[in-house]
Design a protein around this ligand. Structure first.
Ligand code: MCA
Ligand code: AMP
Length: 504
């Protein structure tokens, strides 16, 4: 038996002497060199005890080595678990405790603080610094330059990506080889990727967008990536002339549009810009076309499902829509309370089914049952509508979720920590329009009787507990939270009241 994902994505690199990764300092890494690194890493993982089905967690800076750790885990038959570099030790403790990885890769600067966390979870901590150095590459250094991939089939797990829930507890979405490969194949075809492509890659690689949508598509089609450690506007503007395509979250595009150097001439040669992870405002789409002549291709996906819909490459890319269901993916709109399909044109719950849909949440069968129907349809929590031409639009969310700069923030998780702060009786966390991040997180607090809330102290209390991007960008203190007759906090009223907070 072969290793499905490895054979399709990584095996071709071993005979490729052309550049695969282009680094901002001008260095280039050929497919063959990358492949050798992957083989050595895979041997190092096996030497560390990784067996088929074991998890390998990584909270490391984006680098060629970090990407190779993903490939090596797949080669070794393991399950890759990438973690946001912004997560605190407290947050990491939850993920490691839940996923119980065999190996945990982390930055040397955090190793001391994370060592007890890894030990508690029974994981071997190995260091991978931003420049690739550390105990992991030391362990790999003497290893053989080739590795026979461990056989893995379509239904074997390749990755866990954690996604939060309305209860505040993160759930590990189990993604198979077939989930990842089928989606990469569809996207590569739909978006016309070829070996001539050079993708400007500025997304983080600990989420679906940067790791799977961007990297897997390029790997599958034999192209190259300009691999930036993160989104740096100056670097993007400097390197765009060398790229053919770019994938981004809306914040990338609004930041670029804010810069006079971002002109039609700069990007005249580009083939494709795609956007996703958060809603792209129709006005950004229009502004982008006015400035550059390019129509951003917007698509829609989720951690649990990879990509579900996409605007067409050749047809009309409609602003404010996320396009058509991808080939092989079924999308239906249902009544959120009954699950019955609604007539075309009526807004309701978006449900999706296809080879892209995950296998469930790790060790959470009840949560899986709540969201993944027996007939294979996944209940996304997004409210959408399909128009007469078949275009899907997302018009709301049935889940209490804020998307800030493409990162998901679950209010419940923040509220639980806010409620513990001195003087706080209760809290509600909302998202309101933010010029840079799309939505900005706001904490609305009610003081305990007779207490005065010191907002600076509250913010200090969140540091070290919640990743920076989850922390409120503003705190507001109110007399009481608006509630309906059932006692449920009416967040829509709060969003309305504070909608202008970040304006201007
Ligand atoms: C950084 N900060 C943020 C965010 N990012 N705050 C809120 N939301 C954020 N997204 C904090 C920083 O810690 C910093 O705090 C301050 O905000 C300003 O940082 P800045 O330097 O401006 O930010 P940055 O480093 O430039 O990052 C912004 C970013 C980044 C480039 C938009 O967040 C990013 O790369 N987002 C992409 C996320 C992504 O890939 N999502 C895909 C998920 P302070 O100054 O106070 O220290 S996958 C997905 O959703 C599905 C499957 C899909 O459909 O793709
Ligand atoms: P995540 O689980 O982090 O992958 O986030 C998935 C969520 O991001 C979806 O359920 C949507 O709410 C949102 N999302 C992704 N792409 C888009 C898009 N193009 N427009 C609007 N929302 C999007």
């Amino acid at each position: 038996m072969a290793n499905l994902l490895y054979d399709a994505l990584f095996a071709p690199l071993s005979v490729r002497d052309t550049r695969f990764l282009i680094l901002p300092d001008g260095r280039e890494i050929t497919g063959r060199d990358f492949s050798t690194m992957v083989a050595r890493f895979a041997h190092a993982l096996v030497a560390a005890g990784v067996q088929p089905g074991d998890r390998v967690a990584a909270q490391v800076a984006k680098s060629p080595e970090a990407l190779a750790a993903y490939a090596a885990t797949v080669a070794a038959g393991g399950i890759f678990l990438p973690l946001n570099t912004a997560y605190t030790a407290e947050e990491i403790a939850y993920f490691l405790g839940n996923a119980t990885p065999r190996v945990f890769l982390c930055d040397g600067k955090k190793a001391e603080g994370l060592a007890p966390v890894a030990a508690d979870a029974g994981a071997a901590l190995m260091v991978m610094n931003a420049d690739g150095s550390g105990s992991f590459s030391d362990a790999a250094a003497g290893q053989p330059a080739t590795f026979a991939p461990v056989p893995r089939g379509a239904e074997d797990l390749a990755a866990f990506l954690y996604t939060s829930g309305t209860t505040g507890r993160s759930k590990g979405a189990m993604l198979t080889h077939a989930n990842l490969l089928s989606n990469a194949e569809v996207l590569a075809r739909e978006w016309r990727f070829t070996e001539a492509d050079v993708l400007l890659h500025a997304l983080p690689i600990f989420h679906t967008h940067g790791l799977f949508v961007a990297s897997n598509v390029v790997l599958l089609t034999g192209g190259a990536m300009i691999f930036l450690p993160g989104f740096d506007k100056d670097e993007v503007i400097r390197l765009l002339p060398r790229a053919t395509s770019m994938m981004g979250v809306p914040t990338f595009y609004t930041r670029l549009l804010d810069d006079p150097r971002f002109t039609r001439d700069l990007v005249g040669h580009m083939r494709l810009f795609t956007s996703g992870s958060a809603p792209l405002l129709a006005e950004t789409h229009v502004q982008f076309e006015d400035r550059t002549g390019h129509r951003i291709l917007e698509r829609y996906g989720m951690t649990e499902t990879n990509m579900n819909t996409s605007n067409p490459y050749d047809g009309d890319r409609r602003a404010g829509t996320v396009g058509f269901p991808l080939p092989g993916v079924e999308v239906k709109i249902t009544d959120p309370s009954t699950g019955e399909a609604l007539p075309q044109g009526e807004p309701g719950m978006i449900e999706v089914r296809g080879p892209n849909v995950f296998k469930g949440y790790w060790q959470m069968p009840e949560k899986t049952k709540e969201e993944l129907r027996d007939n294979g349809f996944f209940i996304t929590g997004d409210i959408g509508v399909i128009d007469a031409d078949g275009y899907v639009s997302i018009v709301g969310r049935a889940k209490d979720l804020i998307i800030s700069g493409g990162y998901n923030v679950y209010p419940k998780e923040i509220e639980l920590v806010l409620d513990e702060q001195p003087g706080v009786l209760e809290s509600a966390v909302i998202g309101v329009p933010h010029p840079d991040f799309g939505e900005g997180v706001v904490g609305v607090l009610v003081a305990q009787k007779g207490a005065t809330i010191d907002t600076a102290a509250v913010m200090a209390g969140l540091g070290g507990r919640l990743a920076k991007f989850k922390q409120p960008k503003a705190i507001e203190v109110v007399e009481e939270l608006p509630r309906n007759t059932m006692g449920k906090v009416q967040k829509n009223l709060l969003r309305d009241r504070f909608k202008g907070l970040f304006a201007g």
